[in-house]
Write a protein that binds this ligand. Structure first.
Ligand SMILES: [Zn+2]
Length: 493
């Protein structure tokens, strides 16, 4: 009961929708918000809100005053527990019209809004996403909304003909992915294959990319496989930019990319939850499942995309010619800074050391990736995640990680100032992830390039690793940064 009250938030003060038994199930559709009691024809300045588009999310708008509006996130489809992602447009504005938008029904309390995060905005005449200045954003407990946490931001419209678009973070839609994959296919690269691995409940594509040199795909060849998935959580759009960065690098003519293609098979599922992404959900599928809690027993009808990916991984694991060496599931994090990883906990110390190598290498390559935030755990609540499930399924030569990146910012080495992520910065992290595989395999003498670098020595020699449930692993909190200063960054690819 308590849950229900909380889920169907109504503002008891304004009472504009009294006694609401109706949960917020749809998005607002070109909703004109006019002042109560106003009887005339809608005028310019009576804002029109819309979220009836791909990945759109806005469930309700309440007029507070001429200058202030309460906005309600539409909960995930079939699961009202999750209300974080928003994505909507506003038009019919007056030039110099100032407004305060209050997002009043977040399901989370901890938020990066306290640390300077702000919504992103673009408009018709300025189509590049920007972040709203942090000084115009407030995050606080609001007595008028059941002491819920409210994020308010002030905004000044400046062009009457513009449609303004606001979102929780840079959107990356299902259609955008389809266009991107289509453009890749049209390049006719002999080292790239796109397959339809299955369909979602609403019959959207579950795409699978295979990137490797054709010679490696011959049946008699032994194959080392790196498997990457993203967007199991649909609101975590930064994961798609990372994933695209990985793909862009792997299909490029960069010499490191060529070496990787000659030695490794990359299998990439860029969007594990296409329905959720399309619908503008934050965490769940169409039917309200958090797919990253169903790896143990996915149903073919209720979780078909997860079922298909799991089947493929299980089949590959049984193939004696295939060595599945990495599984990385890409996510975005709503309360942490930087990129970082979650890994599994093992009994054998040697395996613990080996598991730390990839994140350590990534920390050297990516200024925004933090090894000290990387943690290794075995929480019961994470048992249904891809990382945990596959960590148990695959043998001890495989590594399973969750790669997380902040929805907001990173703090680079030698600095204390957070740098807000851009779309490009997320993609750059993806490119850095890709090239880190080259360092990893070079370290393991598998790419024919046996040069022992100072980097590899520092990774392998005389370092003490610790293992813990939540304390991370490493020598000291700044160990990774100190190390990076010694060796320098190797530049960006
Ligand atoms: Zn996630």
């Amino acid at each position: 009961m308590e849950r229900k009250m909380e889920d169907n938030i109504r503002d008891p003060e304004t009472g504009s929708e009294a006694g609401g038994e109706d949960p917020l199930v749809g998005n607002v559709n070109k909703l004109i918000v006019i002042p109560p009691g106003y009887a005339g024809v809608p005028r310019r300045g009576h804002l029109i809100f819309d979220a009836c588009f791909e990945s759109g999310n806005l469930g309700r708008v309440d007029y507070v005053s001429e200058f202030e509006f309460d906005l309600f996130i539409r909960p995930d489809t079939c699961n009202t527990r999750f209300r974080v992602w928003f994505n909507f447009t506003v038009e019919n504005v007056r030039e110099t019209q100032r407004v305060i938008f209050n997002i009043v029904n977040f399901s989370k309390t901890k938020s990066l809004y306290r640390d300077g995060m702000s919504p992103v905005v673009k408009s018709t005449s300025r189509p590049k996403w920007q972040r709203v200045p942090a000084k115009h954003v407030y995050y606080y407990r609001c007595p008028e909304h059941r002491r819920n946490y409210v994020m308010s931001y002030a905004f000044c419209f400046d062009r009457e003909d513009d449609v303004y678009h606001f979102a929780y973070c840079y959107p990356y839609t299902y259609s955008r992915l389809q266009h991107y994959l289509g453009s890749l296919e049209r390049r006719n690269l002999d080292y790239l294959q796109r397959e339809l691995l299955g369909l979602s409940v609403q019959q959207r594509n579950l795409d699978l990319l295979t990137i490797t040199s054709p010679a490696l795909l011959k049946p008699d060849r032994e194959k080392r496989v790196v498997f990457l998935t993203a967007r199991v959580h649909p609101g975590e759009s930064p994961a798609s930019f990372i994933c695209q960065g990985v793909i862009d690098f792997l299909v490029s003519q960069h010499p490191v990319a060529r070496i990787l293609r000659d030695h490794v098979v990359f299998k990439i599922v860029p969007m594990l939850n296409p329905d959720g992404v399309y619908l503008g959900n934050y965490r769940c599928s169409l039917m309200g499942f958090d797919l990253n809690r169903h790896w143990q027993d996915p149903s073919i009808w209720a979780q078909p995309t997860l079922h298909a990916v799991k089947q493929l991984i299980v089949r590959m694991n049984q193939d004696p010619k295939i060595s599945l060496e990495f599984y990385i599931d890409v996510h975005a994090h709503s309360t942490m800074m930087n990129g970082f990883m979650y890994g599994n906990v093992f009994e054998e110390e040697e395996r613990v050391h080996r598991q730390a190598i990839f994140p350590r290498l990534l920390c050297h390559n990516a200024p925004d990736f933090s090894f000290s935030s990387t943690t290794f755990n075995r929480d019961v609540v994470k048992a249904g995640t891809g990382r945990r499930f596959l960590g148990g399924l695959l043998d001890d030569t495989s590594y399973c990680y969750t790669l997380e990146v902040s929805f907001y910012s990173y703090i680079a080495a030698g600095s204390n100032t957070p740098v807000a992520y851009t779309e490009e910065a997320y993609m750059k992290l993806g490119r850095n992830v890709a090239r880190t595989f080259a360092d990893y395999y070079r370290l393991n003498n598998l790419t024919g390039d046996n040069k022992s670098t100072s980097l590899s020595n520092s990774i392998l020699d005389g370092q003490s690793y610790r293992q813990g449930n939540s304390h991370g692993i490493g020598r000291n909190p700044d160990g990774d940064k100190a190390e990076r200063r010694i060796h320098g960054n190797k530049g960006d690819y």
